[in-house]
Ligand binder design. Sequence first.
Ligand code: NOJ
Length: 764
Amino acid sequence: MKRTRLFAPLIGTLLAGCLQAKPLAGDVKMNAFIDGLMNRMTLEEKIGQLNLLSVGFTATGPQLNQDVESQIKHGLAGGVFNVYRPAAVRKLQSLAVHQTRLGIPLLFGFDVIHGYKTIFPVPLALSCTWSPAAIERSARVAADEATADGVNWTFSSMVDLCRDPRWGRIVEGAGEDPYLGARIASAMVRGYQGEDLSRSNALLACVKHFALYGAVEAGRDYNTVDMSRHRMYQYYLPPYRAAVEAGAGSVMTSFNDINGLPATGDHWLVTDVLRKQWGFQGFVVSDYEAISEMTAWGMGDLSKDAELALRAGVDMDMVSEAYLKCLPELVSRGEIPVSLVNQACRRILEAKYKLGLFSDPYRGCTEERARAEILTPQNRRVARELAEQSCVLLKNDGPLLPLKKSGIIALVGPLAEDQSNLLGSWRAGGDWRLAVSVAAGISNVAGATVSVLHAQGANLIDDPALRATLRAFGEYLPVDRRSPQETLKQAVAVAKRADVVVAVLGESAGMSGEAASRSRLGLPQGQENLLRALVKTGKPVVLVLMNGRPLTLTWEAAHCGAILETWFGGTEAGNAIADVLFGDYNPSGKLTATFPRDVGQIPIYYNHQNTGRPYRNDPGFKYVSRYLDVSNDPLYPFGYGLSYTTFAFGGVQLSRTNLTADETLLASVGVTNTGQRAGSETVQLYLSQPEAGMARGVEDLRGFQKVYLQPGETKTVTFRITPDDLKFYNENLQYDWEPGEFIIRIGDNSSQVKSASVRWQKRI
Ligand code: NOJ
C-alpha cells in the first residue's frame, strides 16, 4: 500500500501512533488506522459514510439526489456515482478531503459494464467468446481507462444467471450456465481489481445483483422470484460465489424479492449466505433506491426499510437516503444498536483504505493520464478482437459466407450505418461518434474492391408507442419520413442490382437492458417485412443481427442463406463484423443462452431435468412432457456456433472406466479440422449422472477448451475429471457426489456430443 501523502485533516495524533509504530501486518495496520478514525467520528458522520449519492443526469430510478455538494461538505456522503473526468472528480473529492471535518475521501462509482470509453461487446456477447482470459483483458482495459478518468468503483460484474430472454437484462450477464458464468465472473473481478487494489489503475468491483435477479417471474424486470434453495445453490448462486472468492470488494443487492422477502432486506441472503457461508469481507451496497422500495414491497415505512436493510447486512444505501434520514433516530431511540452502524461504516472505510484513497484520494487521475490511456489504438484493437470473437455464426448454407472482396453488395437495414445502437446498453462514457458502423467497417476492410449499394429499408421501430417509450429514456431512434412502402421498395430495388444482400437488423440498444422486458422476441415488424421482401428477390441474403438477447428466428433460419449474430459489438463493432463477413476472422463464438423457437417455450435452457416422461421428438408419443404445437428443442442450443471450417470429433477415450474415490479420470477426444481454413473450436465437456438421490439436470457443463487448428490438423483435447466435478447439492444442500455411473459427454455444443460411461465408487 502506498503511503506517501496524507491529507490535512487526518494528520495529527490520529495517525501519528500508527505511522510511528513498528511495521505491522497489512490488516492490523488498516484496523489501527480505521479504529483511530472511527474514534473521532460522530454518529452522523458514520451514517454519512453509508450514503451513496447519484450525481449528474443518469438516473435508473425515479429520483436523483439533490444538494450533492452541500451533503459532501457536511460529511453526509460516503461516495457518489455518475461523476467522471479528472476535473469533476477532483472538484468533489477536494470538497470531501479539504472541507469536511475529518477529510474522508469519497468513492466514485460508475456503471463501467462493458468498457469505459473504449466500449467492448455487451457482456452476453463477451460470454460467447468462451474465453475468460480475453474477458479479463477487457475488464483490465476498462479499469485502466475508468481510473485514469477518476472512477474508482465499478458496478460490475453482473453475474445474474438467466434462462428467460424476455428479461432485457440478460444482455448484461453471461447467459444460462453456472459453470461458465462462474469462470467469467472471477475473470472479470481479476481484470478490474488486479493483484493490488491500491494501485492507481485498480477498480473496485461490485458483484451484482445479489441475488437471483435473472430469475424474475415472466422475465419482467424488478419482479418477484420464487425459488427452491436447491435450485439457488445448484444453479443460480455459483457465479456470485465465484466472484466473491475471486476477491470482489463489494456486492450489490438486487431489486427482486426471494420467496416473499426483498433481497435488500434478507438477512439470510446478505449475512448468512454471503458472509458466513462464503466468507465475504467487503461491503454491500443496495441497488438504486432498493432500500426505500421495500415500502412498495409491503415491508413498512422508510424507517422500517432502513432497519431491515441494515440488519440484513446492507452497508451502503444507494440514492434512497433512508439511512441518512432514519438511522440517527433509530439508533438514538435504541431500536438499532450503534454497533451495526459501526460495522457498516468500518467496511466502507476499509474499502477506501484498500483502494489507497487515504494516501492519494485522486489516485493519480489527471487530464494527461486520461489522454494517454483512454481510447488508445491498443485498447481499440482489444475491442476489435473481442467483437470478432463474440460473433456467433448461426447459419451458413452454401456456404454463403465469407463474402468475396469483389462484386456488388446491397447493404440494407436500419442498423447498417448506425453508430449508436451498436454500443448497446450501459455504454458508460462511450461516445457513439467514435464507433465504427458496419458500413464503415466494410469500407475499411474491403476497400474499393467491392461496390456497396445502400438502403435503409425500414425503421428500427415502427410502433409509435414503443418508439415514444424508448425516446423518453433518451434513446436515439432516427425515423425515415418516407412511407414504409417507399423505404422498402427502394431497398428491394437495390437488392435486385446486387450479387448478395447483407441485411443488418435487430433491436435498438434500449430494447434490451434495464427496464426492457419484451413479450415478443421477433424482429420488429417493419424489419421483418423488409427481410421477407429481400428474401423474395431470390438474391442470397446474409442476415447480420444486432440484439441483446436470444430472439425467435424460426422464419429467418428457414429462409436466410446465412445468419451472423453480432450482438451489440461496441466501439469497433463495424470493423469486427466486416472482418468476419469477409473471412479475415473465422467466426468462433458459441451461444451461452439458448435460442427458443417460440416465446411459449421459455424458460428454455439446456441443463433441464428429464421428468418422468422425457420428451421424444416423435408425434406418436402424446403423453410425454411436450407441446402440441412446437417441438421441445430449441432453435439453437447452448454452446452452438458454426465456423467457416468444419471440425470432426473422434470418440471419447477414457483413461479408466472404473474409478474409486479421489482418483482422476482423463477423458480425451481427437478434434480434426476437416475444412479448408484455419479456425478455433470450443470443445465442451458435459457430465451427467443417470441415477442419483435427486433428479439431476440432463447434463452439466464441467469444462471447455479452445483449440486452434490448421486445415487437416488434429489435436487431442484432454480433460482431467476429479470427484469435485461430480459434486452437486443434494436434498440437504450438502455439496457432495454420489457413487454410480457417469456419462462423459464431449462435443461442440450441448446437444451434439460423443459420450462414454464410467463407474465411480466411493472408498469402502
Ligand atoms: C440500477 C441497476 O439495477 C444497477 O445495475 C446499476 O448499477 C445501478 N442502477 C446504478 O446505476
